[in-house]
Design a protein around this ligand. Structure first.
Ligand SMILES: Cc1ncc(COP(=O)(O)O)c(C=O)c1O
Length: 480
């Protein structure tokens, strides 16, 4: 019988981890010892699950994991094959399959330190061949080297138009290329926005806990930061109203309504309306940071505040491509009323005459040829699976001392620890055991903010790494 239909395997049988990882490792072992060869077709998930007596979802998850790691490739109509271009396996002399080398694309530092970020994408998923192709197309185009001068300080028109037509209009933002300024990441957008609209001494209300990099931008222009509490519906708009009445120097408010940073909650519909109304009434400028719009997993899409704002609303909408691509590709964008946008462009010219033209044009091609859209759909599916897996792992291993609300999207989970736990000591013990994780006190304005929380960015970790991270937290958790 051909391998297409039947493959008998002996599972490694490690009871400490999920069966799909066990099956994935068994398959890697067969590839490494040459039983499964490059280009060979594997049985379908239904056939293999029948042969091995496993649930089909388990086989599916194992295949999926190995595709992610580069051991297998899926050809949509033909089936799943052993990859032609196998990962560069760093062979462990002992051939121990418990080795962290198992994921060969993860080049672990000598200490095997796993890092929990604040919510970054997995660079291994990036369509890098297509990106390289796009750069090549741009750089070999006769137009690229025929222009002798500087480019448009607002950014490449082709990228602004592609963003407007393919991404932003679908989010309810009816904009054209002329309404957009491209920046080196949204951080630059935050800085330019604050510099364009705030004078030294002006107040800007921000979420507390919130995003310290934004505060740094606002403070650098001499603005005062006023912290507004956040609850399970996001920014407490009544509290903001109170502050605004007390302090007429508050000129702007900065919000992350889609998934509040760091707590991940979505600003409720009622609060959105109230915020827009309050801002109109007190002539407050809203700075909306829509940093992870592409990642909504569960509920219906939630449109940005900017999609609801009328023409009389003073609102700056800032977005980023860092979560959709990788943070190393510095691309962000700003949509603002024309007077503010042109002030921002002037400021941008003062520090940086134009953006990175090859990058902007290559990204425009990636949007127009559908590669970025396909990548977004794939990444969304994978991150939703990873989120579910992380929540299961946390629930089963740390459920006695940690609580969380399932985030409807985004690349991180906000966890609160039992207040009897010394979370700082827990993070230190985890680090000793190979896991870098920081407590959440750094997200509070006041020094000595609440340390009994973690923002657990999971998306850059595959399931095996997530399992390892939670297992380290489990083993290093303090008694209470
Ligand atoms: C709240 C928030 N805004 C913006 C960004 C993106 O920044 P940038 O586009 O500069 O990479 C991040 C990235 O972590 C973020 O967490």
């Amino acid at each position: 019988m051909s391998l297409r239909r039947e493959l008998t395997l002996e599972l490694i049988g490690d009871p400490t981890r999920p069966i799909f990882l066990d099956l994935a490792e068994s398959l890697i072992r067969e590839i490494q010892r040459g039983r499964l060869r490059s280009g060979q077709i594997l049985p379908g998930t239904r056939a293999l699950s029948r042969t091995l007596g496993l649930h089909r979802n388990t086989v599916d998850a194992a295949y999926h994991e190995l595709i992610m790691q580069g051991w297998l490739v899926a050809h949509s109509s033909r089936g799943t094959f052993v990859a032609e271009d196998l990962p560069d396996v760093i062979r462990d002399e002992s051939r121990s399959f418990h080795s962290p080398m198992l994921n060969p694309r993860h080049v672990a530092p000598p200490s095997c330190l796993l890092t929990i970020t604040d919510g970054t994408p997995d660079p291994r998923l990036m369509p890098r061949v297509e990106l390289a192709r796009a750069f090549r197309t741009v750089l070999t185009s006769p137009h690229f080297f025929s222009s002798s001068g500087y480019a448009d300080p607002n950014g490449a028109t082709m990228l602004r138009a592609a963003l407007a037509e393919e991404f932003l209009n679908a989010r309810g933002l009816s904009v054209s290329a002329d309404d957009i300024l491209i920046t080196h990441g949204s951080q630059m957008g935050l800085f330019l926005a604050a510099s364009a609209v705030l004078s030294p001494g002006d107040g800007i209300a921000v979420e507390n806990p919130g995003y310290p990099f934004a505060w740094a931008s606002f403070r650098s222009g001499g603005a005062r930061i006023i912290g507004i509490p956040v609850d399970e519906e996001g920014l407490d708009v009544d509290h903001l109203a109170h502050e605004v009445r007390q302090d007429p120097g508050i000129r702007a408010v900065y919000v992350t309504p889609h998934h509040q940073y760091p707590t991940t909650v979505t600003l409720g519909a009622g609060r959105r309306l109230k915020l827009l109304e309050l801002a109109r009434k007190h002539d407050l400028l809203i700075i909306e940071d829509d940093y992870d719009h592409d990642y909504r997993f569960d509920s219906a899409p939630v449109l940005p505040l900017a999609a609801r704002a009328g023409s009389d609303q003073r609102l700056i909408h800032i977005g980023s491509l860092s979560k959709l691509t990788i943070p190393a590709l510095r691309l962000g964008y700003v949509i603002a009323p024309p007077d503010i946008l042109s002030r921002m462009t002037e400021l941008r010219k003062a520090i940086d005459r134009q953006g990175d033209v090859p990058l902007e044009q290559a990204m425009a091609l990636m949007i127009r040829n559908g590669v970025l859209g396909r990548h977004a759909r794939k990444a969304r599916r994978i991150y939703a699976e990873r989120r579910d897996f992380l929540l299961e792992e946390i629930g089963s291993r740390l459920g006695d001392i940690v609580t969380f609300t399932v985030p409807a999207g985004g690349l991180a989970v906000w966890m609160r620890t039992d207040t009897r736990i010394d979370a700082v000591a827990w993070a230190a013990a985890a680090r000793e055991a190979g896991l870098q994780i920081e407590t959440g006190d750094r997200f509070f304005i006041e020094s000595g903010g609440d340390p009994n929380c973690f923002r657990f960015g999971y998306a850059h970790l595959d399931m095996r790494e997530i399992s390892r991270a939670v297992s380290i937290m489990d083993k290093s958790k303090p008694s209470h």
